[in-house]
Design a protein around this ligand. Structure first.
Ligand code: BGC
Length: 369
């Protein structure tokens, strides 16, 4: 079972989004900031991404998250482990990118030098190697570092001292980066999943910049993804200060309309009620507007943007999930935004691990022409 996560997703008004983009466009703003609705958000950098970054998003193709596998407190705690048969099946179905969520924080020493458990490191490396060998682009991230967001810890987790918290985050990335430094350029790093809570825009921008500098010591060229705060919501993109580095992508998560995608979600404290269908005109407009906003941010800043998660809980009816999935995919593809569906074989799953086969309607919504 997952712990309860407070998923306060920020929604900025259309007016504030336009204002944020206008600020970015003229390089305005100050380095104050935190709040996406603030009048003075941190300005996105204007250096823009390298040809490598743009070519890579062009090649990433349809993606899927191997979620609920390596990001529980221990692999298998939430009912799934990474299997070679899943990797093969995902490739044969037509997926070309796997986002691999990993909870590193529970597998390392609490104190300096924060050594990652060698058995766990080797397991993650073997999984990444298998995915790369299959031909996938792989987005390897850090996921569910509960203390970093100020969330309650999951059962089986431990806290570290407040003074070690951020140095340890950087120290974990230093080890991960060194371990994976010689891998194919089809491996991308994503610094952190859905920063929120204790991580304000200001503190996250600073931590991400420091972490990137550390990653760059061993991986001078590797593509790195950075999410805005507010759980990666597009409303916070205007507060994301991309470090001065061209081999970067931004990433966002898209769960609008939330009352549809998260109906009956047991891992949030007050889930929306089950029974909401999709997609009427208002819902379609919500789907479009987040993606339009992400594209506008990308156009202004010159960085590609990756939609790292979208999907609908299986408590929703299948016909609606199919309509939703096709609508999001179509809107993203129309704007050349690469994406990864949340997720492979758990509660949003495109694949039924018991039957050992894909759910045909959802798979078609993601992959059929
Ligand atoms: C979280 C998952 C959750 C999903 C949808 C992800 O970012 O890691 O635990 O199921 O979002 O809410």
């Amino acid at each position: 079972m997952k712990s309860l996560v407070t998923r306060l997703r920020a929604f900025a008004t259309a007016a504030s989004l336009v204002a944020l983009l206008a600020l970015s466009a003229c390089g305005g703003g100050s380095d104050s900031p935190a709040d996406p609705t603030s009048a003075n958000p941190a300005p996105p950098a204007t250096t823009g991404a390298s040809a490598l970054a743009w070519q890579t998003v062009g090649r990433m193709g349809p993606g899927v998250n191997f979620g609920n596998m390596m990001e529980p407190p221990q692999e298998g705690d939430w009912g799934l482990k990474v299997e070679q048969s899943y990797i093969t099946a995902a490739w044969q179905a037509g997926f070309r990118t796997i986002r691999l969520p990993v909870r590193w924080s529970n597998h390392a020493e609490p104190a300096f030098p924060y050594t990652i458990d060698p058995v766990f490191m080797a397991r993650v490396e073997s999984v990444v190697d298998a995915m790369l060998a299959q031909g996938f682009h792989v987005v390897l991230n850090m996921h569910h570092h509960r203390q970093l967001d100020g969330d309650p810890l999951d059962p089986g987790e431990f806290a570290v001292s407040e003074s070690d918290l951020e140095p340890r985050f950087v120290g974990l990335w230093s080890q991960i980066a060194r371990r994976f430094a010689l891998k194919s350029e089809r491996l991308l790093f994503e610094l952190y999943n859905e920063p929120h809570g204790r991580l304000t825009a200001q503190s996250w921008n600073a931590l991400a910049a420091t972490t990137l500098q550390t990653v760059r010591i061993s991986n001078p060229q590797r593509l790195v993804l950075i999410s805005p705060v507010s759980y990666g919501n597009t409303s916070a993109l205007g507060t994301l200060a991309m470090p001065n580095d061209r081999n970067l992508l931004a990433t966002f998560h898209h769960y609008e309309p939330f009352t549809f995608t998260h109906q009956g979600a047991t891992w949030i404290p007050t889930p929306p009620p089950v029974g909401t269908p999709c997609c009427n005109a208002e819902q379609l407009s919500q789907i479009e507007s987040a993606i339009t906003h992400a594209k506008a941010w990308s156009d202004v800043t010159g960085y590609p943007i990756f939609m790292g998660e979208f999907g609908a809980n299986s408590m929703a009816d299948m016909a609606s999930r199919v309509a939703y999935t096709r609508a999001v995919r179509t809107a993203a593809n129309a704007r050349q935004i690469a994406w990864a569906y949340w997720e492979f074989a758990a509660v949003f799953g495109v694949y039924d691990p018991v039957a050992g086969q894909f759910r045909p309607e959802l798979t078609a919504a993601l992959l059929a022409p």
